[in-house]
Ligand binder design. Sequence first.
Ligand SMILES: [Zn+2]
Length: 131
Amino acid sequence: MIQPTKIVKSASGDLELIWPGKPNGIIPIKLLRDHCPCATCSGESVILQTAKPQKIFLETPGRYEVRTIQPVGNYAITISWGDGHNTGIYSWDLLEKLSRLSAALEAQEKQKLRQSHDHDHHDHSGHPHDH
Ligand SMILES: [Zn+2]
């Protein structure tokens, strides 16, 4: 598995992954938090059933604020969030998926923008001679 050489916070406040030999990955903090892989957030684990109410999904202050990023072995990082949540372990694999998801979402946005832009300038196609 490829391991990022560096994980930094980009100027825009996103998480930036520097991979060896491929383009940097950008993950918006919100996307990162919304895809927290821990049992509490993903809700996948029913093995350890707890009686906690489900209202942890409310947007708490600091929810999208990264406090610290700690390495976990050499395969993942764990993020401590402004609201005190810190049980999610983000493996390189997951981070790569999220940066690809983010790039896909961004491309979609750009496509939408381009399409509306094309509509605005549709008249030039009626002029094949430009001199
Ligand atoms: Zn979580």
